[in-house]
Design a protein around this ligand. Structure first.
Ligand SMILES: C[S@@+](CC[C@H](N)C(=O)[O-])C[C@H]1O[C@@H](n2cnc3c(N)ncnc32)[C@H](O)[C@@H]1O
Length: 326
């Protein structure tokens, strides 16, 4: 799924603009031979709450591994940072795991800029973390938010950018590299990137993390059609679609799809679009690429970062990587 093909990359200028961009992306995505919807649209208010529920599922070991690494190594990470630092977090969500590191960095007026498309998640983040940092939430997409946050750089100050939860895995591999290069271009020598990446493991273990028996991930996925109904006047019958998670071995990624249970038609008023589905046809809604260790070092190198340190969780193979701007 290409992150480039979608119109929705600009700052939210208002609900109407955001709705027009959403409608435009839906029109583009559903016209493709393999129908697709961009994963960023999974995160409205309900979607963000469902994602948070996913992080508590026993099958979704990823968040707990990320959290364990941050808790265990917060002091080591803080010790490797420049002395005057402000923190930016991309796709922070509610920022729960970030507390460990903010606490370890400490200081009287540590500035923290969480960037996320979900205003509701950011409101929780600000509420929960304002006891340990000066929180400046930015309801924006990643690079727009970066431009806003880095404009606040003070003389002699460096930035630590955090990109946790293996969210980098939501990009196609070539787009991930392009994104890291863009990110690097917005930074200065002395700045650092802490990036979490989920590692390839047995397919069965990965698949159940994205297809839990409780059905929470299914609800998270189906909510995207519910969101189209609510915000764009769609008439999708949610019960006529089912959640599907697939392991794509050659691409080393989990794909989430919504599979039509029958031949059907849906109408989306604000996109002025009628879309037909054959029984078994799917809409591809998210990819979660999994990584191998040498590949991560290669990505750092190609995006002009140097690898400072790396921590790996032994129970759920996951790597926390600290890269410095070269
Ligand atoms: C997989 S969740 C990870 C949340 C959290 N960082 C964690 O590790 O649990 C991805 C987060 O990124 C946000 N997000 C997705 N696409 C985004 C984009 N293009 N710009 C900004 N935020 C985005 C979502 O709203 C969501 O909170």
């Amino acid at each position: 799924m290409s992150t480039q093909a979608f119109a929705w990359s600009k700052t939210k200028a208002g609900d109407n603009t955001a709705n027009r961009e959403f409608a435009c992306d839906v029109r583009i995505g559903l016209a493709k031979p393999q129908k697709e919807l961009h994963s960023k649209y999974l995160y409205d208010e309900l979607g963000s709450s469902l994602f948070e529920a996913i992080t508590h599922l026993p099958e979704y070991g990823l968040t707990r591994a990320d959290e364990r690494l941050l808790r265990r190594h917060a002091d080591d990470i803080a010790g490797l940072l420049p002395s005057r630092v402000a923190v930016i977090e991309l796709g922070s969500g509610v920022g729960q795991k970030t507390r460990h590191l903010l606490q370890a960095i400490g200081g009287d007026c540590l500035r923290y800029y969480p960037i996320d498309v979900s205003a509701d998640a950011l409101a929780r983040c600000e509420h929960d973390l304002s006891d340990i940092a000066e929180v400046h939430p930015l309801v924006q997409s990643y690079l727009d938010g970066m431009a806003r946050a880095t404009a606040e750089r003070q003389p002699g100050e460096s930035f630590l950018v955090m990109f946790l939860g293996s969210t980098i895995g939501n990009f196609e591999r070539n787009c991930a590299l392009e994104f890291l290069r863009d990110l690097r271009a917005s930074l200065l020598p002395g700045d650092m990137l802490l990036i979490g990446a989920d590692l390839v493991k047995e397919p069965g273990r990965m698949l159940v993390a994205y297809d839990d028996p409780t059905g929470v991930t299914g609800a998270f996925n189906l909510n995207l059609l519910g969101r189209i109904n609510r915000e764009l006047g769609g008439d999708f019958q949610l019960r006529d679609f089912e959640h599907q998670a697939r392991w794509n071995e050659p691409q080393r990624r989990i794909e989430m799809h919504l599979r039509s249970r029958l031949n059907q038609t849906a109408y989306i008023a604000e996109a002025d679009l009628t879309v037909t589905f054959r029984a078994g046809e799917t809409i591809w809604t998210e990819s979660s690429h999994k990584f191998q260790l040498p590949e991560l070092d290669g990505m750092a190198e190609q995006a002009a970062f140097s690898v400072d340190d790396q921590w790996i969780d032994p129970d759920w193979p996951f790597a926390e990587n600290l890269w410095a701007v070269r």
